[in-house]
Design a protein around this ligand. Structure first.
Ligand code: NDP
Length: 248
């Protein structure tokens, strides 16, 4: 059966590593991005140069019409999606909760939570064996922050990832009989551009010092786990979580 993967936020970081590894495993890959077209096209070129199949599709996952277009374009150009990686996510500047406004919470939840819901819904409609679909697998990219919290830093972000964990658990039970598995990864500190937005000056060093393995993780190390959860080797794993956090 033809394997088709959609990786949201595939233009950089964990998403780009996941898109590249998926192509190496034989998936035709849709690399979604919101604004960074150049980086998304670079990922597509890397995949094509290595003999794989990939397209880049701009879509803001928080927008219903964009998500419909993302999935329709994939249907037409690659075929029915069999794997979805809900990776697109945002983090804003460190801020005490007393200074946060509701617009910030709406932005964070719009991408991290509502976007994951919209993409999962579109994928399930296509994958469900009840609709004649091929079945499939979904991996949500949560965060260690969902379990550990991020006090005095990003409680909004941690809360959005907590919602993703609960969404993963409930959805996995709802769609199991339709032939769809739903799992999540919880990365700890991963060296990507997500941390480029700053925060307190020595924050990154402080976080790394608290990691038993004494370093940040790589995007590739997260992608390996995602690809395993998507694979048939994980065929009896649903509603599961893998922490990729250096022992934190
Ligand atoms: P990056 O900031 O490096 O990349 C984020 C990606 O998401 C980009 O491709 C960006 O595209 C895309 N994106 C953001 N908003 C949207 C949107 N509304 N619609 C579509 N695409 C969007 O992040 P990371 O690789 O570090 O993080 C990936 C995921 O891993 C996130 O969900 C994050 O919360 C999670 N995570 C990361 C950790 C870390 O330490 N890095 C730790 C734990 C979890 P564009 O540039 O075009 O906007």
């Amino acid at each position: 059966m033809k394997q088709v993967a959609i990786v949201t936020g595939g233009s950089r970081g964990i998403g780009a590593a996941t898109a590249r590894q998926a192509a190496q495993k034989g998936y035709a890959v849709c690399v979604n991005y919101r604004s960074d077209e150049k980086s998304a096209e670079a990922v597509v070129s890397q995949i094509q140069d290595a003999g794989g199949t990939a397209i880049a599709v701009q879509a803001d996952v928080s927008q219903e019409a964009d998500v419909e277009r993302l999935f329709k374009t994939t249907d037409e150009q690659l075929g029915t999606v069999t794997a979805l990686v809900n990776n697109a996510g945002i983090l804003e500047q460190q801020m005490p909760v007393t200074e946060m406004d509701i617009a910030r919470w709406q932005r964070i939840f719009a991408t991290n939570v509502f976007g994951s819901f919209l993409c999962a819904r579109a994928a399930i409609q296509r994958m469900s064996t009840f609709n004649g679909g091929p079945g499939g697998a979904i991996v949500n990219v949560s965060s260690l922050a969902a379990r550990a919290g991020s006090p005095f830093e990003y409680v909004d972000y941690a809360a959005s990832k907590g919602a993703i964990d609960t969404f993963t658990t409930g959805l996995s039970k709802e769609v199991a009989e339709a032939g769809i598995r739903v799992n999540a990864v919880r990365p700890g500190f991963i060296d990507t551009e997500m941390h480029a937005s700053g925060g307190e000056p020595n924050r990154i060093e402080r976080v790394k010092a608290n990691v038993p393995l004494k370093r940040g993780g790589t995007a590739e190390e997260v992608a390996y786990a995602i690809l395993w959860l998507l694979s048939d080797e994980a065929g009896y794993t649903t509603g599961g979580f893998i922490d990729i956090a250096g022992g934190r």
